[in-house]
Structure formats: C-alpha cells, structure tokens
Design a binder for this molecule. Structure first.
Ligand code: NOJ
Length: 541
C-alpha cells in the first residue's frame, strides 16, 4: 500500500493537446499562456488533473512527439518558467499535472543525434541510437525489412552509408535502450520534471524501446501497430522493457510524493497486466473503447476485460473514448456498424455519417465513461461534443502519416483542430489570429461560451456528471451488472445505476431519482430512455 493518499486511481484526467487548446499570444498556435488562462474552465468542468502532451522544443514533425530537448519548452508554447508557473497555478486550482515523456525516440534535432551523425561510423555517440551498416553487396539495402508505423521503410540512410532505425517518422530516430547513457538520461529526465512539481507522467510507446538485437526480417503486415500484439515481436512488447520500467518506478517511488505514471502500451490484453505490476506502471491506457463498436455486448466485454486485467495485478482500470490519435468518437458513433473509421476518413463515403446520431451516442458514452470504476481520460473538446473534422483540405494536413503513406492515410489532424471557445472571432476564441488548422463553421454553435450554463448542453452534461461522480461514485467500489434488456447496458455502483439504451424501443428507467440524463436536460429529468440515451438513477432501495 502507498504511504500517501493517492489521487489517481479514480481520477479524471483531461488531455490537453497544447497546440490546439488555447492560443495566448495570438500566433495561431496554442500555448502555455492559453492553458493558464483556461484553468478556470477545467476546474469548473470538475476534472482532477491535466495531461499535457509534449511541449518540449521540437520541429513538430509529429506534433511534438519528436523531442529535441527533454528539459525545456518549445518557444512556440512558452518558456520553462511559464511551465513552472502553470504547474503551480494548476495546483492552486486543485488540478494535478501529468507531462508526456517520449523515450522510444528523440527528434533528429536532439543534440545526441546531431552528435552521432557528425561522428564517424563506430563512434560511441552512435551507440545511443540504432545506427548500423546496411545489407547487400555494397550495404545499400537497409539492415532489415521493418516498416515505419507511419508508412515506408523504418530505416533511413546517412550520408556516410550507415542506416538508422526510426519506427515512426524519419525525423524520429529510435534510441538504443541497451545503452547505459540512455538509461541514465531518462531517469534524470523523470527527476527533472519531478523537481518541477509534476504529479505524473504519460509514457509514449511504452511497449516499444527494446528491439530484437538480431534485427530479423519480418512479414510486412505484422509490423503495423494494429497487428503488433503477436508473441515475441521484434520491436513491440518485448520482455526486456520491464526492467527499464522498474528503474523509472524507483525514481518515482523515491520522490516522497503521490506521483504516478501511465503507459501508452498497445499490447495484447493478456500482456497488459505485466505493465501494471506493483513495481511498474501505476496505470495503463485501455484502448478497447477506441476500437469498440456501439454495441452493448461488445462494450460489456470491454468493461469486464479491463476490470479483470486490472484486478489480476491489484491495479485499477482506465477508460477513454478519444485521444489525439483517433477519429473523435462523436463521429465514430455516427458511422454505420463495422466501418473502418481510419479508412473512412480518407476514402468515405462521407455522406453515410449521421452526425446527430454520433453526438447522441457520444453524450451517452460520457455517462458510461464517468460511471465506471477506475480512472477516466477525457480528450479536449469532447466535453463540447466536438466531431472529427474529416474534411480538412489536403494542403493543410500536417500528420507525417499523410506524406509517408503517399497520401493513402489521411492521418490525425481532424481530431486536433483548435478548440472553439466563443461563437465568433477569427478562431472562435481560440486566439486572435487564424488558427494553425482551419475550424469548420459548425464549431461556432459548439463553442464553450455558447454551451456555458445552457441546460442540456454537452458541456453542462459533463459538468453535472463530473460533479455527481465525485460525490456519489468515487470510493463506492466495484460494479454489479443489472440485466434489464438485451439491448441495454446497465450496472450499479452502490445505490447509483448507470443505464444505456442501445435499442430502438424506449426504456422505463428503474425506480428512483434520475440524477443526470444524456437526452434530457430540463427538470424533472425524463424517467425514460430513448434510443442511444443514458442516465444515472439513484435507485429506490
Ligand atoms: C503515440 C502518440 O500518441 C502519437 O501521437 C505519436 O505519433 C506516436 N506515439 C509516436 O511518438
């Protein structure tokens, strides 16, 4: 047991993608000044913590997941002093702060990589990365056939003829985790941010890091992230990663405060508990809802699976419906069943999208997300019901997947469009100039100020549910399923029931007081659920 009161096992974490959250200095890119100015919004929303995706100096080739310096802030986002002020002010608002660490790769602009490529083959600085000679008679073939997650080969050739590995963009060389300096450096980076008062870390590509040192060739289709859950994969989820995690955990455990780290690990569900052992991560994201159809049986299986996996290692589950890497769920749920939404984004047909249906379901999903035991992750803008901006014109696309796939994959920009804060202005209150990605006209009516105080708005739905969660559900413990109807998902925690109707027929809610309702804002709240609506009921005992 921890010696500190732990904030995270049932915490609600709000994901801030700084580039698109709020622009304080008017240059069209979100920044720390913008986040600081909106801490009141987050406090009023009722979340416990913010997770800030990478804000470090970076060429932003991969939205900041290409870090050039782990101990500073990109000037477009602000300064280190401003980051420290943000951490302090967030604490004053009662919000914890999680920063994002990227240990699998650096930016090619990182001093280490610059030193390595300036040095001759064989130089020790090259040992911090996977830099090797090629194959074929003259070494002109890459060391092996691995492919980048963003498309194309995972090896890039240097001018001197050697090759370096990059599982993501060519501007993101993979670090060599067999190297002692790399290991020591990241322990020091954890300590650097702990010394600045952060409360946690989100660790990028947590299932990466360790590579098969024999660099075997492999079949092309087993290299994609989606297909990464096979045993003994040469670069995903290798056993050696756990030793590294334990080193980091020791740094956190020694800091004398209640801090946590959460893994971004795309691994087979049977392997996930390994990352959650008592001396490893405190939490891991559970991505199952990101890939799950709007279906009561499938969603119940997701819930049972995640709770079972967490319990098997005395951990707690986490839940999320959206993040900065996937099509927003208000759009996913408006698509016909079994649509491959990644492909749909690019190829359509786009007229099959029922946006109103998607929003109705996303609102119901909010009540599921916030009723489940464990911790919940809310992606910025989902509290406004934002849809995916699927029709961004090709010339503004910024995701490296777009270019690296030869324009076959549209990428993730559509979920990263700057937030609307007001119904007017050059960027709907995001900033005072044109935003770095264009916002659709429909964002005006979804702006935070438009929804503020409006009974039944998505923003007020999230606020009500978050308030009720903290008073009625935190600390209540496990869930018990209620079998109401085949097309209904229902469970109770304590005397609160969460009920979601997936069917076409209306459902009479169980006897009790309706506390929050995704389809009805006016009081008294309806005692009936129509299709794709959810409610919480304080059951009459
Ligand atoms: C996962 C991050 O969420 C994603 O945005 C990024 O492109 C990759 N890791 C590579 O760092």
């Amino acid at each position: 047991m921890s010696e500190y009161p732990r904030w995270w096992p049932e915490g609600v974490v709000y994901q801030v993608y700084p580039r698109s959250f709020a622009d304080g200095n008017g240059d069209g890119t979100g920044d720390i000044a913008g986040i600081r100015a909106r801490l009141g919004h987050l406090h009023r929303l009722g979340v416990d913590a913010i997770w800030v995706t990478p804000w470090y100096p970076s060429p932003l080739n991969d939205g900041g997941y290409d870090v050039a310096d782990y101990r500073d802030i990109d000037p477009r986002f602000g300064t280190l002093a401003e980051a420290e002020q943000l951490i302090e002010e967030a604490h004053e608002w009662g919000l914890k702060v999680i920063v994002d660490l990227v240990p699998n790769h650096t930016s090619a602009d990182h001093a280490w990589f610059q030193e390595a490529i300036a040095a001759p083959p064989g130089h020790p600085s090259r040992q911090r990365y996977h830099i090797r000679s090629g194959t074929g008679v003259d070494g002109s073939e890459p060391p092996c056939d691995w492919k980048s997650v963003f498309g194309g080969p995972a090896w890039e050739r240097l001018d001197d003829g050697e090759w370096y590995l990059h599982l993501f963009d060519a501007s993101q060389p993979d670090l060599n985790w067999e190297n002692a300096e790399v290991r020591a450096e990241f322990c020091a980076v954890f300590q650097f941010w702990l010394d600045r008062g952060v409360d946690g870390f989100r660790v990028d590509v947590a299932h990466g890091l360790v590579k098969d040192p024999t660099f075997p060739d492999m079949a092309e289709d087993s290299q994609l992230l989606e297909n990464s859950r096979q045993p003994n994969h040469p670069f995903w989820d290798r056993d050696g990663v756990h030793e590294i995690i334990r080193e980091w955990r020791a740094v956190l455990d020694a800091c004398g405060r209640d801090v946590m780290m959460v893994a971004e690990a795309w691994v087979h569900s049977s392997r996930l508990p390994l990352y959650l052992r008592p001396d490893e991560y405190h939490q891991s994201f559970n991505f199952d809802f990101l890939e799950c159809e709007w279906d009561p049986t499938l969603m119940r299986a997701v819930v049972d699976g995640a709770i079972g996996a967490a319990e098997s290692v005395h951990s707690t589950p986490t839940w999320a419906f959206s993040n900065h890497d996937v099509v927003r769920h208000a759009t996913r749920y408006g698509l016909p069943p079994n649509t491959n939404w990644r492909r749909w984004l690019h190829d359509g047909p786009h007229d099959v999208l029922d946006a109103a249906l998607g929003l109705r379901r996303a609102r119901a999903a909010a009540l599921l997300l916030l009723a489940l035991p464990g911790s919940a992750y809310v992606y910025q803008g989902e509290e406004l019901g934002l849809p995916e901006v699927w029709d961004l014109p090709p010339e503004v696309l910024d995701d490296p997947a777009w270019e690296r796939s030869g324009h076959a994959v549209k990428g993730r920009d559509g979920c990263r469009v700057p937030l609307p804060w007001t119904p007017d202005g050059p960027s709907f209150g995001f900033g005072s100039s044109d935003p770095w990605l264009p916002q659709p006209a429909a964002f005006a009516e979804l702006a935070a100020s438009v929804q503020d105080g409006v009974v039944g708005s998505t923003l007020e739905l999230y606020r009500s549910a978050l308030r009720l969660r903290s008073t009625e559900l935190v600390g209540v413990g496990a869930l018990a399923w209620l079998d109401l109807r085949d097309d209904v998902l229902a469970f109770r925690r304590g005397d609160i029931a969460c009920v979601i109707n997936y069917g076409a027929d209306p459902l009479d809610l169980p006897a009790g007081e309706v506390l929050v309702h995704s389809g009805s804002g006016s009081t008294p709240l309806a005692h009936e659920l129509h299709a794709d609506e959810a409610a919480w009921v304080r059951l009459t005992t």
